[in-house]
Write a protein that binds this ligand. Structure first.
Ligand SMILES: [Zn+2]
Length: 228
């Protein structure tokens, strides 16, 4: 059990170092040339609705994230609804963020359902073992439960990665098509040059982020297993 604890902890520390180093990096959201053009494109909800229409989607609802200062955007497949973050009009990266959520609406629903099921299972299983460990003495049983948790952790990360890498990858084309139609090929090309690499670079960061989230739960459960 100590071995499993030490290896999970080492992995988590390593991933956290990479993760926190990267998020300290101040991302450029504004560009003297691009921001001026992007600013003319209207509200975030309007942009999302237009991108969806371009892909023949008239059913997905779009609304603003009503939380104060909430910059987070997401697609809720059970309600078929996109919630867009409160991006400023001059943030040129808002187009890629909105396009990303629009890609999610085109993904296979089975993967989206699987994502939700595993994300919930990961949390529920974590809570279950944390409580259950106090009622069992068998080291073998504890070890088996911890191994199952690690198994759920990796499957959850894998499912999330399939969905997010696909959304990141295709969002560049979605944004480019939209900008070509709205402001023209030149601006669309300039935009793609600027964001493409940034978007592809963010894919491994998603992976590390999901691993860190599950890893923290694995470490807490392992500590409880050792002390209970
Ligand atoms: Zn996403």
């Amino acid at each position: 059990m100590i071995y499993i604890f030490v290896s999970t902890l080492s992995l988590l520390v390593l991933l956290s170092i990479v993760y926190f180093k990267k998020i300290n990096y101040k991302e450029l959201k504004y560009d003297s040339e691009l921001s001026k053009d992007i600013e003319t494109l209207g509200e975030n909800v309007e942009i999302a609705t237009d991108i969806l229409k371009m892909h023949g989607n008239n059913h997905t609802k779009v609304e603003n994230n009503k939380e104060k200062n909430a910059k987070i955007s997401y697609y809720d497949h059970s309600k078929d609804k996109i919630v867009v973050g409160g991006f400023e009009k001059s943030e040129y990266t808002r187009i890629i963020n909105i396009a990303h959520e629009c890609v999610h609406t085109t993904q296979n629903k089975k993967y989206l359902v699987m994502n939700k099921v595993f994300s919930n299972l990961q949390i529920l299983y974590f809570l279950f073992v944390c409580i259950y460990f106090f009622y069992i003495d068998s080291k073998e049983l504890k070890l088996m439960l911890l191994v199952i948790q690690i198994f759920i952790w990796f499957i959850t990360t894998f499912v999330k990665m399939v969905i997010e890498s696909d959304a990141c990858y295709r969002s560049v084309q979605f944004a480019k098509d939209y900008l070509t139609q709205k402001i023209g090929q030149d601006t669309a090309a300039k935009f793609t040059d600027k964001v493409e690499i940034k978007v592809y670079e963010s894919i491994p960061m998603y992976f590390i982020n999901f691993l860190v989230q599950g890893g923290i739960m694995a470490i807490i459960a392992q500590i409880i297993a050792l002390i209970s």
